[in-house]
Design a protein around this ligand. Sequence first.
Ligand code: XLS
Ligand code: MG
Length: 344
Amino acid sequence: MAGTFRFTFGPWNIHEGSDPFGPAVRNSIEFGKKLTLYKKMGFDGIQLHDDDAVPDMNDLTPEQIIKKASDVKKVLDDHGLSAEFVAPRMWEDPRTIDGGYTSNDPDCRNYAIDRSKRTIDIANALGTDLVVLWLAREGTYIRESKDSKVATERIVFAINQMLEYDPKIRICIEPKPNEPLDHSYIPTTGHALALGLLCSDSKRIGVNIESAHAILAGLDPSDEMGYALAFNKLWTVHLNDQNGLKFDQDKTFGSVDLRRAFNQVRILDKHDYGKNGEWVGLDVKAMRTQKDHVATKHLSNSLEIFFKLLEISRSLNDEFISACTQERDYEELDLYIMKSLLKD
Ligand code: XLS
Ligand code: MG
């Protein structure tokens, strides 16, 4: 029982603090400056949206995109950072207003597939074989606007195009049940894994489980992780926390429910997460109230909480736990876990 933990986050996790109801409250930090912060905080990897690496990529040719991404690779190397994955940002362009792969407009669907191929080019240039698909707008505001069978087939079609475009690329689906849509088509880990089975090369489809997304689906993130681990499909995670069924909060890991966070760390550690090179991603956001000079604490604090929980998990008396479970004395086990979490 020993995970190998290396950590990543995306540049979007250091942000200006705007929300749907108010503008930015902090200054922007340019990409190059953000890169200098990673190692200092204990992160060795970076997750990127395609246009984090190549801004305004829709205005560039495929060759220009690859050239720019190759330049970024050099900068990452200079900072000693590995790119963990690249994700197509498929939710801002006017052509993705009603979804990309599931849009009712064939031109928009073609755009989405084409953009995904450019994402793969960027991943290759950055030296990673992993693409994450957060299917942000693949769903509906009103159910009658799309056909869910056809939509599922369209997602499969788009993924197959990606698998065919690059025979080595691996794709991680990041399920989320809602927001920005009312209902998303791939809301849970189970949906993502089953979708993978419909694809032309299911061996290359895995999942990225985000704690908050599982909680929004009414599920326990550690159970979702265990489920994916049983399929050997947990290829990355987005740890954070979430206070009930609200908007996606991306709170500091463990800051709402310490025991829930503890169980995520424990399941990962117990099953040697990281042994195949998987990273631990922290998809956390700073509170809007944070001033500029303390607007990265959500990242360093999440890491500190992760390690604290890891220490607690590794210090538990396994014989005592198994005696409790054999005796079916779950009250005793409950108290033991609570006391362990309350100890400093
Ligand atoms: C949104 C997601 C998104 C993906 C990458 O909730 O976290 O940022 O992880 O596209
Ligand atoms: Mg995420």
